[in-house]
Design a binder for this molecule. Sequence first.
Ligand code: 13P
Length: 268
Amino acid sequence: MPSEFELRRAICDIGRRIWTRGFVAANDGNISVKLDDNHLLTTPTGVSKGFMTPDMIIKVDRQGKKISGRLEPSSELKMHLAVYEMRPDVNSVVHAHPPHATAFAVTGMPIYKPIMPEVIISLGWIPVAPYGTPSTEELAETIRDHLGCHDAVLLENHGALTVGTDLTNAYFKMETIELTAQISLIARMLGGEREISPENVDKLIEVRKKMGIRGRHPAVTESCPSSPLVDEEGRMIASGQSDSRISDERLVRIITKVTQEVLAAIDG
Ligand code: 13P
């Protein structure tokens, strides 16, 4: 078990990585780590995450109350607390705005096509949680519907959120979604992705099971959707789960899409 100082230093290292790799600009992004059952360490608000030192990291309790630190905790702490409350298996949360993944988030497009073995094995498909105002309870609520099935979620018109068994694990998932988004985008410019067949996807899921990889994955978590419901342009209409905060506009799009699919099936 790493010491508190080691965890503070690890947060600074990952902060430097997300800034150096262009996953955040200026003061964007936030990182947290579970210190023990009752306490978390979080990045401070309003500072560049690329230039933090261990003394700048804030200790808070599980209700978000500051225990120590001269700066204030991340304005997104509510979102981090919601993750730890929902997912006792999670020990670290990373939020950033990596440009290619965020481009999918701002167009409302989930990353769902099975195109690369590593992503199929590690994460499965990546949903888009509906927009919520940053720093408010609203944003925390929008991710709840997705965390049951996913360790990586795109935040509509905002960025990306990854969770993991430790800080490196959560951060690597951020690298994975960014690289996948970048490759998808380039592949589309070259004429479109070729998908891995369902039979080969099944084999990869077996590989995952044999490797004993931990964390949520839609293909190995009970009652998780195997893919999202998307419109003609690939924008996410619904996750396939019970979206509790579904808007009227989204509901109309779901009904239209389902009707189209039923009519197509009858025609076919
Ligand atoms: P904080 O500096 O308050 O963590 O906010 C950064 C951010 O990216 C908000 O979404």
